[in-house]
Structure formats: structure tokens, C-alpha cells
Design a protein around this ligand. Structure first.
Ligand code: DGL
Length: 279
């Protein structure tokens, strides 16, 4: 076994804790890597915000991750990707891996040819999703279902409560009534609700999300650049947030299933950021 040769971490960010579903897949695929995770929870949900705001947050977080020495960045947020990925790629030379709703594999897997896509309003309104539907949706009906309110439930750590379940029923039942046999989780927060979604959708419905594919893509990219960490040791993860650090730390600890230390994100912006830094 060799010691870690690539010391610089990989940056990963989301509007909040949703990107942990992606981070879990990255850690499994690349256990020796160090990661810096930013949960921009003080500014979540992005899905209800104006594109200019989302883009400004994405730029601020990117700059922070680069200051932390990130040698690649994963945008673990469909909404930030849909709104800002082109400008981010144009502005930063660092390798970027981004998310998009898994419409292509869903259409390929669907037998009923009806696919439901659960995501934020901002993602579903984006030209990127229109393009995915155009390119991969031939011969299928793709039902785009915005899910306002769900991200907030997950940010609050409420996976099991009645308000979370009733939102899920409200969003999923009409898709099933239309004949959807495949559901795409087009927001990185939603995989934390997979058991609850399966309970509503039933065993015949496939539920897909792309975190494993994103991890494969990052691994391939690092290998191509001969830039993968080589180590027998497990890499470490540092967590930062623009939300209330104590509250976010409690939610991350629950979702990550181990105690974590969450630090204050210097570029927090937003009301809760301002409130906490004044306190
Ligand atoms: N996890 C983000 C995504 O994948 C959630 C967006 C939000 O904050 O509304 O889209």
C-alpha cells in the first residue's frame, strides 16, 4: 500500500444536504479521496429561487472550494447544474462533474413508455431538461412533476413525518394514474426518501437516480487525468454550511449515520447566514 499521493481534495456542493446522496456514492467508488462538502442550506431551496441568485451562489461556493484546494468539483445539485453549469465550466478550469435527471435510462427501462420525473420547478423549467426530453423521449410520455416543499422537509431531517408522506402522495399518485412505471429522482435530496417513494409507488415501479453513474464518471475523469488518490487509508470529508451549523450538523449526522463536525461556510450570504454571523 502506498501513502496518499494526491493530497488535494475533491469539492462537492449542493443547495443543502441532498448532495450527501451523491457523496455516499463517491466515497464508495473512491474511498481514498478526501472531500470538501458544502451544504448551502442557508440559501436552500434553490428550486424556488431566481436563476441569477442560484448562479451567484454556485460561483461563490466554487470560489470557496477552489480556495480549499479542490482539484475537481462535483455539482451534486440538479438545479444548480441546470441553471449554471455552462457558465461555471467557462469560468473555471477545474474538472467539473454535474448532475442531470436520468431521463435517458428511464425511457430505456420503461415498459409502459410513461416516465415520471420528480424534481424542483427550476430544474424542470430549464432548457437542459427540455433538451433531454427532446433527445431521449421519442415514443415515450415524460411527465414532469415539480415537488415544492419536499427539499424543506429533508433539510429539516423529516423523512418519515406525515407532511413529508402527504407531499409524496400528492406528487406521485397522479403519475401512477397516468401509467408511469418508472420514476426519476431528479433532485439529489429525494434519494433519502426512496423507501417512502417505493412504499407509495409499489414494487412494479422502478425508481432511479444517477449518483452511482456520477461516481463512475468522476472516477473515470480522475483516472484519465492520472489524478486518482492511491491509498489504503480512508479519505476524510470536511463539511461546511451556510445554514445554522448546529441544525445542519444534526441533520447531516442523521443522514450520514455517523457524527460529523460541520463548519461555517465563509461565503454564506442569505438571511440565515447574516443572522448567524451577527449572533
Ligand atoms: N438537491 C437539489 C437538486 O438536486 C435541490 C434543489 C433545491 O434546493 O431546491 O436539485
Amino acid at each position: 500500500m502506498t501513502a496518499t499521493t494526491s493530497q488535494a481534495p475533491i469539492g462537492i456542493f449542493d443547495s443543502g444536504v441532498g448532495g450527501l446522496s451523491v457523496l455516499a456514492a463517491l466515497r464508495e467508488a473512491m474511498p481514498a479521496e478526501d472531500f470538501v462538502y458544502v451544504a448551502d442550506s442557508g440559501n436552500a431551496p434553490y428550486g424556488d429561487q431566481e436563476p441569477e441568485f442560484i448562479e451567484a451562489r454556485a460561483f461563490a461556493v466554487f470560489e470557496f472550494l477552489l480556495k480549499m484546494g479542490a482539484r475537481a468539483v462535483v455539482i451534486a445539485c440538479n438545479t444548480a447544474t441546470a441553471v449554471a453549469v455552462h457558465r461555471l465550466r467557462a469560468a473555471f478550469a477545474v474538472p467539473i462533474v454535474a448532475m442531470e435527471p436520468a431521463i435517458k435510462p428511464a425511457v430505456a427501462m420503461s415498459r409502459s413508455r410513461v416516465v415520471g420525473v420528480l424534481a424542483t420547478s427550476r430544474t424542470l423549467e430549464s432548457p437542459a431538461v427540455a433538451q433531454l426530453c427532446r433527445v431521449y423521449g421519442a415514443g415515450a410520455r415524460i411527465l414532469l412533476q415539480p415537488c415544492p416543499g419536499l427539499v424543506e422537509r429533508i433539510e429539516a431531517g423529516d423523512l418519515e413525518g406525515e407532511s413529508t408522506r402527504s407531499l409524496l402522495r400528492r406528487y406521485i399518485t397522479p403519475l401512477l394514474a397516468e401509467g408511469a412505471d418508472t420514476l426519476v429522482l431528479g433532485c439529489t435530496h429525494y434519494p433519502f426518501l426512496t423507501p417512502q417513494i417505493r412504499a407509495i409507488a409499489g414494487p412494479e415501479v422502478q425508481v432511479i437516480e444517477p449518483s452511482a453513474a456520477v461516481a463512475r464518471q468522476l472516477k473515470r475523469l480522475m483516472a484519465e487525468n492520472s489524478d486518482a488518490a492511491e491509498s489504503g487509508a480512508r479519505g476524510r470529508v470536511q463539511f461546511f454550511t451556510s445554514g445554522r451549523t448546529d441544525a445542519v450538523q444534526a441533520v447531516i449526522t442523521a443522514l450520514w449515520r455517523q457524527p460529523v463536525d460541520v463548519q461555517r461556510l465563509p461565503c454564506s450570504g442569505g438571511e440565515s447566514g447574516a443572522a448567524e454571523s451577527k449572533a
